[in-house]
Design a protein. Sequence first.
Length: 484
Amino acid sequence: MSEIKNLKPEGIWRNFDALTQVPRPSGHLEKVQQFLLDFAKKAGVEAFKDPAGNIVMRKPATPGYENRKTALLQAHMDMVPQKSPDSDHNFETDPIQTYIEDGWVHAKGTTLGSDDGIGVAAIMAVMEDKELKHGPVEALITADEETGMYGANDLPEGELQGDILMNLDSETWGKFVIGSAGGIDINATLGYKEVENTETAAVKVTLKGLRGGHSGLEINEGRANANKQMVRLVREAIEKCGARLATWHGGNMRNAIPFKAEVVLALPKENVEGLKKMVAGCREAIEDEFKTIESNVEFFVEDAAAPQTLLPVEIQDNLVDAIYACHDGVIRMIPTYPEVVETSSNLAIIDIENGLATIKILARSSREDMKQYIVNTLQSCFNMAGMKVETSGSYGGWDPNPDSEILNLLKKIYKEQTGKDAVVQADHAGLECSVILGKYPHMDVVSFGPTLRSPHTTGERFEIATAEPFWNLLKQALEEIPAK
């Protein structure tokens, strides 16, 4: 039996443990969708899968609470599939292996899926609990949030009945989020005709061991981006070692700071030793520049089979210059909330091979004009390299409402239960609240949750001590939802 099943509150942990046994990486949700439908049937609540792949559940009011506003609980079912380099985990078939250490729940060599499996588990606990007192409760468990909020974006209008939306996808206990940034995917591509490789040696250069992290929550921490660090080496290798680029693969998730990048370079055999010294120097520079942030930097060279083809020199140089010039990280903070990032971009994925270069970036901003500014900035950068630039998956920001009725109720309950004042703020991370509000503008919205750290990385962990107070707050909030 899983160790986490023994934790309290039993309803949340039992359901989260069950979720860890169901593969649910973004884009592969058939198993978890059926799992949730089967759960609802067993719990005796209405449930269906909508055309967007979301699961909607409805539980009638406790007798005597029928006149209350309908509370909509919302979380997302998918998880980010990241694993350590030595892991053979298959996210499409294998369960997540959890363990407890120092008061936190971790996963063995993979992301944990507490983002947002804990929110889903809390919804399940509400739906099956016969002792809770509440008005009408509706649940929306969305599909593919991590890859573009597709479930929320394709949510049918008129499907939901909720008056109050409580999003359970925030990651610090005691913090109530009332606003979030919008975002947009920027994809730059360039096809090229490969040329024959005539160099006498080839190497694979690997940079790994960086912390990575969530490109919304942790973009302000100054963590190293593997693609931006790799381009420093590649540009210098081209200039000083006569290197030629064959392939580049860096990053694998649009909303995760890339922690690994690999390139294959061809070069004159007599320059290989010089390149190795150059890589060692770059590693030392990264360790020095990021000495309080990155502690496990691995940057090394291996001999490689000679590639048959390379990028043409002009294409190679243009791409390297564009990657070097591409903005990555924070652009500015919110002037009225100076501790919160307003606008940023994450150089998330680079794939160059077989005649096609693809670069993917997620840009975020709580201002639409600044979101357009960063789009134009990046378009300008990649247009100069001759690349085709397209945008997709745009979603707006969520404007804060400090006078929210549900916010004030939650603040009151939090103070009663903990004796502390809640923290209220906007987040830079994108939340589905903004998309749902675009279709259901009458809803009163707030986001909260227990504490988890380092989502989207193999260091993801959930703080056990925050689960029970989170559950107690949710229960009392449902009981005290105001009348219509």
